[in-house]
Design a binder for this molecule. Structure first.
Ligand code: AMP
Ligand code: MG
Length: 396
C-alpha cells in the first residue's frame, strides 16, 4: 500500500472530525477549553473615572493656587463630595474621581499645609485620570469562538464581568498500551521484557498539554483481549490511542480489531520517519489513532497527529500543530521516501531559531528527549539538507 503523504493526514483529520458538544461552564473551569461563543464585555472598562496615582483630585483650572482638602477617595470608597473651585480631595490609586474634579495631582508634586495643599506645578485636565470606558465599552467582543481559553483570557473576561462561557467539551482520552513484552517500571524485568515507555509518554504528554489524566490500560498481544479493551475504550473516550500492534507482524491486531468494531479506516501508513505504521479511523465522531510501538514513533504521532486530532475535536480555529521556521546548524541526511521528523534542540538566544541535531534518532531510542525541545520536519528528498537551510519545527 502506498504511504500517505504527511500533509494529507492533516486533511483526513479536518474532513472526518467535528467539534464536541457545547457546554456552559463557570469562567474558571473554562481554562484550556476552546470557546464556542465570542464573549462580550458586560461592563465598560474602566467602569468609572478614577485616579491612576496616589495624589489629589483637583480642578486643573485652579492652576497652582492652594486648595482646601474636603475629603478622601480610596479604592472602593468614593469621597461622596463635589469638588468646587479652590478645593481638593485626597485620592488613592483606583479611587473614584469625585464630581467637579478633572485631574489628579500626583503626590510627588504636592505639598501639604495643614488642611490644604499647594501644587508645585500646574496640572492639565485629564492628568493621571483613567477615564470611564477608555479601554473598552460594554458589548465589546473580547475573544472569538475557536480560541483556546488561557489564564490571561480568564483574567480579561473576569474583569469585564463575564462569569460563564460556552465552550466545547474537553475530549476524554483512553490509552491502550499493547505488547506481551512490556512491563511497567518498578518491577524486575524477566527475559525478553522491556520497560514501558509509551504509557508514561502518552499519559504525561496529555496531562502536560492540559487534557487531564487519560485512562491507561495494558493489553496483552491477544486478539480477544484487544477487542474487549478497544471496545470499552471506544465507548468511553473521544480519542483512543493505542501503542504497538499496528504493523504487519503476526501479532499486530489493531487494524483488524478496529475494523471489526466498526471503526472506519481513514488511512494506514504515513510517509513519515519515524511513525510509518500509524493507523487512523473514526467511529461515531470518535477518533482512533493506532500508533506504532517504537517510542520515538509514539512521540511523533502525539506531537504531529494527536495534536491535530484534538484541535478538530475541540473546534480550535488555529489547528495545531502550528509550525515555525528555523535554521539547521549542520548538514543532515534526507530520506528519499519519507519525511523525517527529527528531535532537536532549539536555540533562540540570538533571535534566530537555530536547530541543533541530537544524536540517537532511531525510532526505538528515546534518551535524547532529555534535551530535545522540538521536532523538525525534513521533507522527503534525494539530496541531503545543508547547514543554514530553513525547515519547519514544532515544540514537543
Ligand atoms: P510493535 O509496534 O508492537 O511491533 O512494537 C515495535 C517495537 O516497540 C518493539 O521493539 C516493541 O518491543 C517496542 N515497544 C512496544 N511497546 C512499547 C512500549 N510501551 N514501551 C517501549 N517500547 C515498546
Ligand atoms: Mg507489539
Amino acid at each position: 500500500m502506498a504511504l500517505l503523504p504527511l500533509g494529507q493526514a492533516f486533511e483526513h483529520y479536518a474532513r472526518t472530525l467535528a467539534p464536541l458538544s457545547v457546554q456552559r461552564v463557570p469562567l474558571e473551569l473554562a481554562l484550556g477549553s476552546v470557546l464556542a461563543e465570542s464573549p462580550k464585555a458586560r461592563i465598560a472598562l474602566p467602569r468609572f473615572t478614577q485616579s491612576a496615582m496616589d495624589g489629589y483630585a483637583v480642578r486643573a483650572a485652579d492652576g497652582v493656587a492652594s486648595r482646601q482638602l474636603i475629603g478622601t477617595a480610596a479604592a472602593g470608597s468614593p469621597a461622596g463630595v463635589h469638588v468646587g473651585p479652590g478645593q481638593a480631595v485626597r485620592i488613592l490609586t483606583g479611587g473614584m474621581l469625585p464630581d467637579g474634579a478633572d485631574a489628579v495631582a500626583r503626590q510627588e508634586i504636592v505639598e501639604r499645609d495643614g488642611h490644604g495643599i499647594c501644587l508645585r506645578q500646574a496640572v492639565r485636565v485629564g492628568d493621571e485620570v483613567r477615564r470611564e470606558g477608555e479601554e473598552l465599552l460594554a458589548g465589546t467582543v473580547l475573544a472569538h469562538a475557536g480560541q483556546r481559553v488561557t489564564s490571561g483570557l480568564v483574567a480579561a473576561l473576569a474583569m469585564a464581568g463575564v462569569d460563564t462561557l460556552d465552550v466545547h467539551r474537553r475530549p476524554r482520552i483512553a490509552v491502550l498500551v499493547t505488547g506481551d513484552e512490556v512491563l511497567r517500571v518498578g518491577h524486575p524485568l524477566g527475559p525478553g521484557q522491556i520497560y514501558d515507555a509509551n504509557g508514561p509518554l502518552l499519559r504525561s504528554w496529555f496531562v502536560e498539554h492540559g487534557y487531564g489524566e487519560p485512562v491507561v490500560a495494558y493489553v496483552p498481544d491477544d486478539e480477544a483481549a484487544l477487542e474487549e479493551a478497544l471496545s470499552a475504550a471506544l465507548d468511553s473516550a473521544d480519542l483512543v490511542v493505542t501503542s504497538g500492534g499496528v504493523s504487519v507482524g503476526d501479532r499486530d491486531y489493531v487494524p483488524a480489531v478496529a475494523d471489526r468494531l466498526g471503526v472506519r479506516a481513514s488511512f494506514w501508513k504515513v510517509a513519515q520517519k519515524p511513525g510509518k505504521p500509524l493507523w487512523y479511523g473514526v467511529r461515531d465522531g470518535k477518533a482512533l489513532l493506532g500508533m506504532p510501538g517504537n517510542p520515538a514513533a509514539v512521540l511523533v504521532c502525539l506531537v504531529v497527529h494527536a495534536r491535530a486530532v484534538l484541535s478538530h475535536l475541540e473546534g480550535e480555529t488555529a489547528v495545531q500543530p502550528v509550525w515555525s521556521q528555523g535554521v539547521l546548524t549542520e548538514s543532515m541526511d534526507a530520506d528519499a521516501q519519507r519525511d523525517r521528523l527529527v528531535r532537536m534542540r532549539l536555540d533562540l538566544g540570538d533571535g534566530t531559531a537555530r536547530l541543533h541535531l541530537l544524536p540517537k534518532q532511531e525510532s526505538h531510542m528515546l534518551s535524547n528527549l532529555a534535551s530535545a525541545h522540538v521536532l523538525a520536519w525534513l521533507p522527503a528528498r534525494d539530496e541531503a539538507f545543508k547547514a543554514g537551510e530553513r525547515v519547519a519545527w514544532v515544540p514537543i
